[in-house]
Every structure is written in C-alpha cells, then in structure tokens.
Design a protein around this ligand. Sequence first.
Ligand SMILES: N[C@@H](CCC(=O)N[C@@H](CS)C(=O)NCC(=O)O)C(=O)O
Length: 206
Amino acid sequence: MKLFYAPGACSIGIHYLLETIGHPYDRQKIDIKTGENRQPWYLAINPKAKVPTLQRDDGSVLTEFPVIAQHIAASAPDTGLVPSDSERALRAAELTDYLVSTLHMQGFSRIFRPAKFCEDPATHDAIQREGRYVVAAGLAVVERDLKQGGALHGEATFADAALFYVLFWAIDRAKLEVPAAGAERYARLKSSDAARRVFAEEGITL
Ligand SMILES: N[C@@H](CCC(=O)N[C@@H](CS)C(=O)NCC(=O)O)C(=O)O
C-alpha cells in the first residue's frame, strides 16, 4: 500500500500507524502549500484533494482518516489494534470519528486556517478563539476517556492514530494546555520508535 501525506498534516497519524505496524509500505509527499493536492494527477487519485489518501495494492483508493486507520489496523490482526471485543472496537471508532470530525475539522481548522471560515482578517481572532474552545472541550472528553476506562484506556487501538496527530497539533503546534492524562499519553506515543521515525521522515523537529 501507498500513503499520500503532507508533512505535519493529519496524515501524520496514519504515517504513525503504518510505522507502528511495521509492514512494508510506500509513501509519497504531497505539497499542500503549493497546491499539489489540487493538481490533476492527484485529483485523479483522490478527487477530494485531501491527505491522507491510501492506495491499496490492487490500485483501489481509500480516503477519510477513520476508515483508513481501521483498514490498516485490520490488515495487521496480530497487533490487536482493532479490538476483538466488538463493543471496544465500536468505542474506538466512535472516538476516532470525534477526534477527526470535531477536534480537527471544527477546532484546529479554525485555529490554523481561520481564513477558510471567513476571509475578512478582522474576524480571525474570534474564529481562532472559537477553535480553541472546541479543542479544549474535546480534550476534556479525551481526558475523561483516558481516566474512566474508555476507548483510549488500556491496550492501544487504531484510535491512537488520531490521538497522536491531535495531541501533536495541540501540544507541539498550537502550544495549548493539555490535561495531565492526555499530556502523559502523548509523551509516551511521541517517545516511541515509530513516532521518532515519523518525525524524522516528515522533516519535523520538535
Ligand atoms: N475528512 C478528511 C479530512 C482530511 C483533511 O482535512 N486533510 C487536510 C490536511 S490535515 C488536507 O488535505 N487539506 C488540504 C486542503 O484542504 O487543501 C479525513 O478524515 O481524512
């Protein structure tokens, strides 16, 4: 399989998952800043013009982070990243969707790219403030999950792929206050060999 990614983008969570699993894969960097994701050759692969994109060995393409994460985790059943307990697997999917659709799309998108919501620079402070509010509320949900035996509690699941990039953005990019259990979890994820390889391969210095 082949991952199309942009350095430091949400695709870093899928990159982290692939490195965690350790199966061979290819990857191709896409330069979002210069609009490479909107070039005809890339739109022919993913008409949504987004990363991550996963091209499978038969040439078929998967998009959307939660689906890609579950597919990759399921391709390595020995890792247990898709829990055999169906309720736990469902909770991991629920949390992954929340991290991507709410913290990322509603929160960090406002913090990092306020102009996507309104071009008028006079509105950007308010948009970013709203983004920080969404992220803080989301991180409180994550904290409860970690502390109260939710999907993130115990053995790693595919939800950790989303947690990895959300906490990378919160702590290392946006420099936000993250509650203790979340910060502790990120410190552990970040110091793994898989994370070290990912940061090096994406040219990210922390
Ligand atoms: N819903 C998509 C969102 C992916 C997404 O927003 N990716 C961003 C990078 S973090 C992107 O490709 N942005 C390019 C653009 O909007 O031009 C998913 O779950 O994969």
